[in-house]
Ligand binder design. Structure first.
Ligand SMILES: Cc1cc2nc3c(=O)[nH]c(=O)nc-3n(C[C@H](O)[C@H](O)[C@H](O)COP(=O)(O)OP(=O)(O)OC[C@H]3O[C@@H](n4cnc5c(N)ncnc54)[C@H](O)[C@@H]3O)c2cc1C
Length: 418
């Protein structure tokens, strides 16, 4: 469709986070007339007050995430490539993994401003209108919106509304699956800069109810910086225990204190993220992208990537006769299967096991990986076969595939729900 066509679709994007900006840019490139509505003020975005990440570095997995992020116009450089992990079960007896291929990257933005800010500047340079300090109060599948700006309240209409208004979505009310306390994880942590003693590219993952009930705590060292975060499921935190207590405990662990050495604590991060997948991604004239559709998994490195990818797909679907159908098909092909698999794996390992079972599981993994003692854990031919499959995949360096096989084994061994 040409830019000058009289039949251009009118698209209103709600939210100028990464998903919304990606959606706006893609819809615009596909010939739509696009307007973006954002509740934050422009100034608060420039000054870095944001609802999403504002870390100096961001972890994202998969090489294609880097490609996608570059395609959206970001000037980024990979700071560290993750090729291994050290896992600490509650017993503290750690297990080392080395992976055959990169498992994730720390990416750093070159230049000034947050990623949200950089994207907003791209939108402003194009022929798109962006309204800051303006809130969508209601959106209906027939394309109507109720909007407020200061004391003003007014109505708008769109051919397509893209709801990219984050996890407490207003646009998605009645469409997206409701988000309960059990669907989120709390993340609390800090960034350190300067000389440190951790090995860059080797992530540390700590498990157990004392440090991170239902989730995991991690140390992500790049060359010059270290991110230390502890995450937890709020419903598994004993009443009256402040979330910050878990971070304090983590930072008090002697090997962490030692590893941080003389690096300086430069900023803190706190936030909550959805950890269970959404089920519906649109209805009528509404499409949902990013966290509003629960298509992101920030704790496993799929926050930024999936926000941008789903926004890009939502914006690209506008050119089709039935955008909701097209978008849902794409999402179900490109995002949902992997997202569900990862979320299920996390639930199996972190959410369902007691501390002593985590210890057992890590010993079991160690036995399987080293190929020394599989019989101690597996009582059936099928489980033994799985065990030796994992062992040989690990030996060949296919740790990702080995981990996938491990999930049914963990489920079977610990009689978890399937
Ligand atoms: C502390 C923290 C650290 C993170 N670190 C990483 C990381 O290292 N790597 C990674 O991959 N991911 C990370 N994430 C996750 C990642 O930032 C998010 O998954 C991603 O940014 C979500 O983008 P989004 O556009 O869907 O939502 P958001 O960024 O939440 O954007 C939603 C936008 O909609 C606006 N809005 C909301 N309601 C309305 C309304 N009614 N009307 C108008 N506008 C509205 C908001 O102001 C906001 O600008 C982190 C998240 C947090 C909280």
């Amino acid at each position: 469709m040409s830019r000058t066509s009289m039949n251009r679709k009118k698209v209103i994007v709600v939210g100028a986070g990464l998903a919304g900006c990606a959606a706006a840019l893609s819809a615009y490139e596909n010939g739509s007339s696009v307007e973006v509505i954002e509740s934050r003020t422009r100034r608060s975005i420039i000054e870095g007050e944001t609802t999403s990440f504002e870390a100096l570095q961001n972890l994202t997995q998969d090489g294609d995430a880097l490609e996608l992020i570059s395609k959206m116009g970001f000037d980024i450089e990979p700071e560290a490539t993750y090729i291994g992990a050290r896992i600490y079960p509650p017993s503290g007896k750690h297990l080392d993994f080395r992976l055959g291929r990169p498992h994730g990257y720390f990416i750093r933005r070159r230049g000034e401003g947050s990623m949200d800010h950089q994207m907003i500047e791209r939108i402003e340079r194009a022929d798109m209108k962006i309204e800051f300090g303006t809130r969508v109060e209601r959106a209906t599948p027939d394309g109507r919106l109720t909007i407020s700006k200061g004391d003003d309240r007014f109505e708008m209409r769109a051919d397509i509304i893209i709801g990219a208004d984050g996890r407490s979505t207003t646009v998605g009310k009645g469409i997206a699956s409701p988000l309960y306390g059990k669907d989120i994880a709390i993340g609390i942590g800090c960034h350190f800069k300067g000389p440190h003693g951790f090995e860059p590219g080797i992530a540390q993952c700590w498990l157990g109810s004392k440090l991170c009930p239902g989730e995991y705590s991690y140390v992500l060292p790049s060359r010059e910086e270290v991110t230390v975060v502890t995450t937890m499921r709020p419903h598994m935190v004993p009443k009256g225990t402040p979330y910050a207590r878990y971070l304090e405990r983590f930072l008090e662990i002697p090997s962490i204190r030692e590893g941080l050495g003389s690096s300086r604590r430069i900023c803190d991060v706190f936030g909550s993220v959805p950890v269970t997948p959404g089920r519906r991604f649109g209805k009528g004239r509404i499409l949902l992208a990013g966290e509003s559709a629960r298509l992101t998994d920030p704790l496993l490195g799929f926050g930024i990537k999936n926000a941008i990818l789903s926004g890009h797909l939502a914006g690209s679907s506008i050119a089709h006769v039935d955008p909701v159908k097209e978008y849902t098909t794409w999402i179900n092909e490109r995002i949902v299967p992997d997202l569900r698999k990862r979320m299920r794996a996390r639930e199996t390992i972190m959410d369902s096991l007691e501390d002593h079972q985590i210890d057992q599981m890590v010993s079991m993994i160690e036995a399987v990986i080293s190929g020394t003692d599989p019989d101690a854990f597996f009582d059936s031919r099928r489980r033994k076969a799985l065990g030796s499959g994992i062992w040989s995949l690990t030996r060949k360096g296919y740790a990702g595939q080995a981990m996938k096989l491990l999930i049914p084994l963990v489920r079977a061994n610990f009689s978890l729900k399937t």
